[in-house]
Design a protein. Structure first.
Length: 275
């Protein structure tokens, strides 16, 4: 399997398809690089080099017990880009991966980066507070961790409903979407599952976003039941200089996987890449 060894010896699995200008996809929680299959093919077919890795403790990467914080994730991404010697890169990140992208730029700059896409991303802050009343209460994150520890298999099955807005009338989310979510979630370490909740729930990215100096596209669904649009997407677009915000009416958190929305996103992504 193609792997990159990080500075601390963790093996990061990645897919590397096509040839051309590189586009690197960063997955959300609790998924892995397989979540990007539709986008990997679309981008590779369009003449780009498509790369997607599994975060440490996810999918086929080393199932480590620690290192589930955004400084570490950002440094892992830097190790991957360095390992493949990728330059002029477009970084595309979903959900928790948006924090990884933001912290990468915050720590490592944009020397290798051409542009960025934040899809249903957690940036700039998920946690509800006096300065972020639109955010998610701490009790929700506590309940998520409790659900994982109580019986994670059923928890993931239940979580898939809201992830894809499958609980809405007329939803296009399929049983296949829900099954794929469960399969990827079960390939995540249980420690990683719990520790990542603390990481994506409480880490602020305001200062990281202010360091963006590349074209940035922000895409978010207005029916995102996992990462609230008003707490994240709208604010991220305001913090990143010159960012473009696209809001998908009725869009779930799983935009890149649900029929209809994924085709729209693929087209928006390709249009953005061609600029």
């Amino acid at each position: 399997m193609p792997v990159c060894s990080t500075r601390d010896g963790v093996e990061i699995f990645y897919k590397d398809w096509g040839r051309g200008r590189p586009v690197v996809f960063i997955h959300g929680w609790p998924l892995n690089g397989d979540a990007w299959y539709d986008q990997l093919k679309a981008v590779a077919d369009a003449g780009y080099r498509a790369v997607a890795h599994d975060r440490r403790g996810h999918g086929r990467s080393t199932p480590v017990y620690d290192g589930y914080d955004f400084d570490t994730f950002a440094d892992d991404l830097d190790d991957l880009l360095t390992h493949l010697d990728l330059r002029d890169v477009t970084l595309v990140a979903h959900s928790m991966g948006g924090g990884e992208l933001a912290r990468y730029i915050g720590r490592h700059g944009t020397g290798r980066v051409r542009s960025a896409v934040l899809l249903s991303a957690i940036t700039p802050l998920m946690l509800q507070g006096p300065d972020n009343p639109e955010g998610v209460p701490q009790s929700v994150f506590d309940d998520i961790k409790a659900g994982i520890l109580k019986e994670r298999s059923q928890f993931w099955k239940d979580t898939a409903e809201g992830f894809f807005s499958a609980n809405r009338p007329g939803s296009k989310a399929t049983q296949g979407n829900r099954d794929a979510f469960w399969y990827m979630a079960m390939a995540q370490t249980i420690e990683g599952a719990v520790a990542c909740v603390d990481a994506f729930g409480t880490t602020p990215f305001h200062e990281d976003l202010k360091k963006f100096d590349v074209p940035t596209l922000v895409v978010h669904g207005d029916d995102d039941q996992i990462v609230p649009l008003d707490a994240t997407g709208r604010k991220a677009a305001q913090l990143v200089p010159g960012a473009e915000l696209k809001i998908y009416e009725g869009g779930s958190h799983g935009i890149a996987m649900v029929d209809g929305d994924k085709q729209r996103f693929n087209q928006d992504l390709l249009d953005f890449l061609r600029r």
